[in-house]
Design a protein around this ligand. Structure first.
Ligand code: AMP
Ligand code: GLY
Length: 423
């Protein structure tokens, strides 16, 4: 089988490495990929958002199966374009990707089908938002841009002034582009956050092992929001009882709701949950594998990933037994100093072998390139250093030991990944 993975970060590296385990995967391409991925797949310089270019490449090269991993090509309809060209895919259609692409769509879906989430109101007039926040007068207030905003479209305002500033920058200055024409204002929830990825074939939903992301740049959840500074799996807050409640009140109803709306969800659905005092609630849906959640979830997957994806393609996910190792995984992200604001690239990375790996860890490359001198930094998040262990502690200790042996100028990583992962 000739397989094309669309994307070029740590998540795509984890997917490529997992797909490679199946001998059926004779050729794997990744577009655009990155320096580290080039050790595992043929990288093709096509931007992930170039829907037509990607479909032409897949057709010309007789690709059998395309895995569309990032949110923007999914929301742009890359799966529909591939299917129109007669190519099989893993990922939701454009209509189903609205579950992430539009907050208004996802909030209205949850309200209509009684899926627990934060209470909310939708607005397209800035003055009305401010009136509403003034009338509510409860802080913090959560303000979200309707569309995709690189994971940064959420502002938690601590007072009226911050709320006014947020509304101004989202709706008038359009800091998140057109995605800020409409906003959702929602109730502030509290409790531990859990990420649950689930395989879906439009009908059946199979949750994977749970995980915990660390979104802030600095230790103690300080600093700016990032794309994710590290992950651990499983998330120990997510007990078997909670999993059962989520299946009954959230996962199953979401699958049924999407089907009832005429856009059954096929691919990986990401449930961002908050375990509130009133029970688990949905904070957000993503229409794809999470990054860096995938980097800890896939290493624990025992069932062959390609077989699962092919079963999803054929709508026979219910026939497959999806097994996870009863072990633990930890991923520590090494980022360029200054990320997520301003940082340098092109720095030589020391401590990796010629395949960009280490004997004591799996190194998922997020932002690297490769030249005659070796691997160099090429992005904000550079590497996701991942280890498994029999306990959460062992996995973390191994990951940190490996991180300490990797060096590049101004490397930054959090020292407290997984520190809160307790029961
Ligand atoms: P997102 O960019 O949608 O992943 O949201 C970023 C973060 O904002 C989430 O991980 C939560 O920590 C926080 N957040 C989003 N919505 C709420 C809410 N309704 N209440 C409290 N925190 C929230
Ligand atoms: N880690 C959260 C995301 O992928 O958006």
């Amino acid at each position: 089988m000739k397989i094309l993975v669309v994307g070029g970060g740590g998540r795509e590296h984890a997917i490529v490495r997992k797909l490679k385990e199946n001998p059926k995967a004779t050729e794997i391409f990744c577009a655009p990929g990155n320096g580290g991925i080039s050790a595992d797949a043929v990288c093709v310089p096509i931007k992930a958002t170039n829907v037509d270019g990607m479909a032409s490449f897949a057709k010309e090269n007789q690709i059998d199966f395309v895995v569309v991993a990032p949110d923007d090509p999914l929301v742009l309809g890359m799966v529909d374009a591939m299917n129109a060209a007669g190519i099989d895919t893993f990922g939701p259609t454009r209509a189903a990707a609205r579950i992430e692409g539009s907050k208004v769509f996802s909030k209205d879906l949850m309200k209509k089908y009684g899926i627990p989430t934060a209470g909310y109101e939708t607005f397209d007039d800035p003055a009305k938002v401010i009136d509403y926040i003034k009338a509510q007068s409860t802080f913090p207030a959560v303000i979200k841009a309707d569309g995709l905003a690189l994971g940064k479209g959420v502002i938690i305002a601590q007072n009226l002034q911050e709320a006014e500033d947020a509304v101004h920058s989202i709706m008038q200055d359009k800091i998140f582009g057109a995605s800020g024409s409409r906003v959702v204002v929602e109730e502030f929830l509290t409790g531990p956050e859990v990420s649950v990825l689930a395989f879906c074939d439009g009908e059946t939903v199979v949750p994977m092992v749970s995980s915990m992301d660390h979104k802030r740049a600095l230790d103690g959840d300080q600093g700016l929001n990032t794309g994710g500074m590290g992950t651990v799996a499983p998330n120990l807050c997510y007990t078997a009882e909670i999993a059962e409640v989520c299946m009954k009140e959230i996962f199953r109803p979401t699958m049924d709701a999407m089907k009832a709306e005429g856009c059954p969800f096929s691919g990986c659905l990401f449930f961002g949950l908050m375990l509130t005092p009133d029970g688990p609630k949905v904070i957000e849906y993503n229409c794809r594998f999470g990054d860096p959640e995938t980097q800890v979830v896939l290493p624990l997957l025992e069932t062959d990933l390609l077989e699962i994806m092919l079963a999803i393609r054929d709508r026979r996910l219910h026939e497959i037994e999806v097994r996870f190792a009863g072990r633990h995984a930890a991923c520590v992200v090494m980022a360029s100093g200054g990320y997520p604001v301003k940082y340098q690239t092109g720095c030589l990375i020391e401590g990796l072998d010629e395949n960009g790996q280490r004997p004591d860890a799996t190194v998922y490359h997020a932002g690297t390139k490769r030249d005659a001198e070796g691997y160099k930094t090429a992005g904000g998040r550079v590497l996701g250093v991942t280890c498994t262990g029999d306990t959460a502690k062992e996995a973390l200790e191994k990951a940190y030991a490996a991180v300490e042996k990797i060096h590049f100028q101004d490397a930054h990583y959090r020292r407290d990944i997984g520190a809160k992962n307790t029961l």
